[in-house]
Structures are given as C-alpha cells and as structure tokens.
Design a protein around this ligand. Structure first.
Ligand code: ZN
Ligand code: ZN
Length: 260
C-alpha cells in the first residue's frame, strides 16, 4: 500500500514537472512564433506600408494590433500570418486609417538662401497649404503655383506660367478666371515672417490633370508685390522673390514591433 502511494506520489510529481516544462516550452514557442510572424510581415513587399503593428502570440493564437493604410493591407497581413506553421488562430485587430497624402516645398530667395517651407496636405476640400516663411520683405505678396518644378536662380523664370489645367485667365476676380494655381496673397510681417494656411479647392496631390504631382513637377512662387487677383496673366504682382519646388514628402514607415 505504502509502495503504491509512493508510486502515485512520484507520478504526480513527474506530472507537475512535465506541466512546468511544457509551459516553459510554450513561452519559448510563443516568443519564436511572434518573432517569425514579425519577420514574415516585414519581408512581404505587399505589406511595405505596414506601420506600427504589434504582434503577440499565445498558444498559437496570433494577435495583430495597430494601424494600416487600407482594408487590402489588413486582409493581406492576416492571410500571410494564417499560412504560417504553428499558427492556430489569428486575431486581426488592425484598424484601417488611410495615410494623409502630403507634399512639401522648401523656398529659396534669388540668392539661393532658404526662406521657409510650405506643407501641403490633401483634404476633401482640396489641397491645404501651411506656409512658414522667414527673411522676406514685409508686406503683401502674390503667391501662385507655377507649372514647372524648376526654381533656377536668380529670376525663377524656369518655373513657367501659373499652373492652369483649365486654360482660364488669372485671378479670382477675373470673369474669365481663375488659374487653379492662383493662391492669392500672403502677408509678411514687419519681422519678415509669415505663418499662414489656405486651401486651394481646384488642386489635388492625387492622380488628376489638376495634380501638383506631375511629370516636370510644379513650384510655388512668391512675388515682390500684391496680386490684384484680376490682371492676366499674373495679377501685376511683380517679380518672383522666392521659389520652392513641390515635392512628395519622403515616405517613412516605422518598425514592426514584436511583443508578447
Ligand atoms: Zn506667380
Ligand atoms: Zn494666375
């Protein structure tokens, strides 16, 4: 009887030891699996836009958390993980959040000195421009998108005419107006700076003949004088004093994290 008790007791202890080592193994497996999932997602070129995704594995159940650009990327990420060995289940908690379509322009003056930036963001109502300007003459200055992305010093004539995909005349107050690239005027303070926002409803950063992102590019020019918003072709706004080529802002995507 005593022997039987001992055998049962021993068996129970062995069972406990086995359970413990199994759970330790499982932890190692979870870590290995989440790392494998992470590298699989990172290596899939269709998922290059994946940003900030957390991967968690527990007993073969893989959770994906974070934000993705589209339903398509969300679906492809899940599909990629489902096909992996060791994956029993996928919890796809990815939230679809389209990335803002943005561009930027860095202005130079006639001598080539930097005089500020414009940040462009695609919105439902058009393209929003945020200007942060510095070292410019105080006063009111005409400002336009020109049809070529070329700011060759010193006169910036290389940027061509106003961006005008609808073949209209210059100025919001012109009955035959206006150029899609007419942005009106900007006020520069007595300290030579301006911080201003405006939205141009007839422009886009997407695919369209009204797009600022096009072969040959586009540029923003700031003129010496005030734009009267009616005189064709450039509102009597005088010579260009600053120019910035519109560039698609560099696409950055952060790392895919693996957590447990
Ligand atoms: Zn102009
Ligand atoms: Zn114009």
């Amino acid at each position: 009887m005593k022997t039987l008790m001992t055998i049962v007791g021993l068996g129970f202890v062995m069972f406990l030891v086995a359970c413990q080592s199994q759970s330790a193994n499982r932890e190692v497996d979870d870590a290995t699996l989440s790392t494998a999932v992470k590298s699989k997602l990172a290596s899939d070129t269709r998922l290059a836009s994946l940003t900030d995704v957390d991967v968690k594995a527990q007993n073969g159940k893989v959770s994906l958390d974070g934000e993705v650009e589209s339903e398509e990327v969300k679906r492809l990420a899940e599909e990629a993980v489902r096909g992996m060995s060791g994956v029993a289940q996928v919890a796809n908690n990815l939230v679809v959040k389209p990335k803002a379509n943005t561009a930027e322009a860095h202005f130079i003056d006639f001598a080539g000195n930097p005089v500020g930036t414009a940040l462009l963001t695609e919105e439902s109502g058009g393209v929003r421009f945020h200007f942060s300007l510095t070292k410019l003459p105080a006063g009111t200055h005409g400002i336009h998108v020109h049809e070529k992305g070329d700011c060759t010093k010193p006169d910036f004539k290389s940027a061509g005419k106003h961006f005008n995909p609808e073949a209209k005349q210059h100025g919001a107050e012109n009955p035959k107006g206006f150029h899609a690239g007419d942005l009106g005027n900007i006020e520069v303070g007595s300290n030579g700076t301006a911080d201003a926002e405006l939205t141009a409803p007839h422009l886009t950063l997407g695919a369209s003949d009204h797009s600022l992102i096009r072969p040959g590019g586009t540029a923003i020019i700031i003129h010496a004088g005030r734009d009267d918003q009616k005189t064709d072709p450039s509102g009597n706004s005088g010579n260009p004093i600053a120019c910035g080529v519109i560039d698609k802002a560099a696409f950055t995507h952060s790392a895919i994290h693996a957590t447990r």
